[in-house]
Design a binder for this molecule. Structure first.
Ligand code: ATP
Ligand code: MG
Length: 230
């Protein structure tokens, strides 16, 4: 079998302090192979977002191992972690967090600027291509605050793809979209993952989307209780 795009073993996480301290993740193990789309489903509060933050190198686990593209990243220092995050991970948040005073294209260019590998013109061209792919080809020059919620979510998706990540993590990426745009965005992500052999793990409450994924992990109380390959 190929090297997994992402593999985690025994991930544990405690959140909060004192009385409010919860054992949010109690030993999560899963692996996403290149070219696979995985869904994480489960009730509110079961630990889906907490898991995604750890897999996305936005938070640290209290126990367990995380391997990205064959490299154990569990013990990397903070600088190495942020470089790795910017180079090889694309994250689509539950809420999109665009810079409101920037245009759509400028928002998509932020991760490219951080990486600093392309000329201004190359970055502009790539941003235009990505925005066209999410159906916003005509709106690159618009200020983000002058876009609808669903349009902003699509800009956030284009931004997550900016540096051509090996792994894409998405927390309800289509939660704010109507049915037509939700399907469109999901198809776009799934086709990209299958075609370019990336790994995608997405949290969803939408059964139609979960059904269209290659693998579905069901979480309950901080654990994956069932993994189904469909
Ligand atoms: N910063 C925090 N401090 C304390 N507890 C937290 C914190 N963040 C999350 N939790 C708790 O950890 C558990 C898991 O939360 P998480 O956000 O991962 O759930 P979720 O599965 O993503 O839920 P949802 O479907 O509502 O987004 C919940 O019990 C939540 O209350
Ligand atoms: Mg959540």
């Amino acid at each position: 079998m190929a090297t997994p795009s992402l593999q985690c073993t025994g991930i544990e996480k405690f959140l909060g302090e004192g009385e409010a301290r919860v054992h949010a993740l109690r030993g999560v193990t899963l692996a996403v192979q290149p070219g696979e789309v995985h869904a994480v489903v489960g009730p509110s509060g079961c630990g889906k977002s907490s898991l995604l933050y750890i897999l996305g190198l936005l938070d640290r686990a209290d126990a367990g191992q995380l391997v990205l593209g064959g490299q154990d990243v569990s013990a990397l220092d903070d600088n190495a972690v942020s470089r790795r995050r910017n180079e090889s991970l694309g994250f689509i948040f539950q809420f999109h967090f665009l810079l409101q005073d920037f245009t759509a294209a400028e928002n998509v260019m932020i991760p490219m600027r951080k990486l600093g590998r392309q000329s201004e013109e190359e970055m502009r061209d790539r941003a235009a291509d990505l925005l066209a792919a999410v159906g916003l080809g005509a709106k690159g020059a618009r200020s983000s605050k002058a876009l609808s919620g669903g349009e902003q979510q699509r800009v956030a998706i284009a931004r997550a793809l900016a540096n051509d990540p090996e792994v894409i993590l998405a927390d309800e990426p289509t939660g704010n979209l109507d049915t037509a745009n939700s399907e469109r965005v999901f198809d776009l992500l799934r086709n990209l993952v299958h075609r370019e052999r990336k790994g995608l793990l997405l949290v969803t409450h939408n059964p139609a989307i979960a059904t269209a994924c290659d693998v579905v992990h069901t979480m309950k109380d901080g654990l994956v209780v069932e993994t189904v390959r469909q």
